[in-house]
Design a protein around this ligand. Structure first.
Ligand code: SF4
Length: 371
């Protein structure tokens, strides 16, 4: 599936901040990065359709499919630089793994590493339309720990317009099968797809939680070079959401997930080096995860200030990492609204969990969508 690359540095920074938040306020930790992932990219292999937003060659810079030798050398290279090589999973990303003719060879190579104790298991991304009882039986001899389902939306019109190879009924069947066989799974969701809307994205998030996803990746749609949408964009038949519009949807999805014990593995497409130049338009930002989190914390500031009936907030220093924001974004935005934030060793406490729950209720009531 698209956008599966791991951005370790950003994830690590993000995880640390949330671990601290959860210590402070018993809020849920939302980043699932305890496992080291060795990504093997198989761009577009096994895909039955070309989704309109996707070009894995542009996203990953990988142009071919590795043979067994290349997989072995990639794994050895990664194992040599992991600080905790005991917690490693081998992941096949960038295509539809269960539609892939060579999947057996790949599973066997990975299983050898598992038997040698070098990896803890295998994960891969695939389409919900290619999960069947037969497949689940077929996978049983292999150490598959986790499956990432490229769901993108729980709305059939959005899926059809996006040229996905599955519909929502396939998603429900696949997640039921995985749940009943005890196979953990994550879900990829996208915002800003054709015919998409904020209420559909909120619905998709609620459904991802309801069907039992352990983790979710949130991907605001960006137009990539070589994707089918690039042409539509150039012909002015499609415009992506901009960064601010995307953040206005994503913070609500983020809030619903993080208060439902669903880990958020990634927000935004992860691109390195030259691949960044393959973004033609749309809400690409290297720190979008932080901006989304900041937007939620700004909402907490507004709620707290409103409840206290005060525009001058003097918060305890321990809240500084959470209420300052990327490039002081929260403090600045609050200031523009007339709310002044300061920090001090004897500053006041905010019950972040409480405000998150209250804001969540408002999101579910559609208060923000109507605003
Ligand atoms: S299924 Fe669609 S999104 Fe996933 S890799 Fe194939 S074309 Fe890209």
């Amino acid at each position: 599936m698209i956008h599966s690359t791991i951005c370790k540095v950003t994830q690590k920074a993000f995880r640390l901040r949330f671990v601290e938040v959860s210590l402070l306020n018993s809020a849920q930790s939302v980043y699932n990065t305890s496992m080291n992932i060795i990504p093997i990219f198989v761009p577009h292999e096994g895909c039955r359709t070309r989704c309109i937003f996707c070009n894995e060659y542009s996203a990953t810079g990988v142009t071919g499919v590795p043979d067994e030798k290349e997989i072995v050398s990639t794994v050895e290279k990664y194992l040599s630089f992991f600080r905790h090589p005991e917690d490693v999973e081998l992941a096949f990303y960038g295509g539809t793994f269960t539609g892939f003719g060579n999947q057996q060879k790949y599973l066997e190579v990975a299983t050898e590493f598992f038997k040698a104790g070098q990896i803890k298991g295998i994960r891969f991304s695939t389409s919900p339309g290619l999960i069947s009882e037969r497949l689940v039986e077929y996978l049983k001899p292999y150490p598959v720990n986790f499956i990432e389902l490229g769901v993108q939306s729980f709305d059939d019109t959005v899926l059809e317009k996006s040229n996905r190879d599955h519909n929502t009924s396939d998603v429900y069947k696949a997640t039921h099968l995985l749940n009943s066989n005890g196979i953990k799974f994550g879900i990829h969701l996208m915002t800003g797809l054709p015919e998409d809307s904020e209420s559909k994205d909120i619905h998709s998030t609620r459904e991802a939680i309801r069907v039992g996803a352990s983790s979710v990746r949130l991907h605001p749609l960006v137009i990539l070079k070589g994707s089918l949408l690039e042409n539509e964009y150039k012909l002015r038949r499609f415009s992506p959401l901009d960064l601010q519009e995307s953040i206005e949807i994503l913070w609500k999805m983020y809030l619903l997930l993080s208060t439902s014990n669903v880990k958020i593995n990634r927000i935004g497409i992860c691109l390195y080096g030259k691949q960044i130049d393959n973004v033609v338009a749309g809400p690409f930002h290297p720190a979008i995860g932080e901006l989304v989190r900041d937007r939620l914390f700004l909402e907490i500031v507004r709620a707290f200030s409103g409840e206290m009936k005060r525009n001058e907030l003097r918060l305890h220093n321990k809240f500084k990492p959470f209420f300052t924001g990327h490039k002081k974004g929260i403090v600045e935005e609050a200031r523009k609204e007339g709310i002044l934030i300061d920090f001090a060793h004897d500053g006041e406490e905010i019950d972040v969990s409480l405000y998150m729950r209250r804001i969540k209720e408002r999101v579910l009531e559609g208060v923000y969508a109507e605003a």
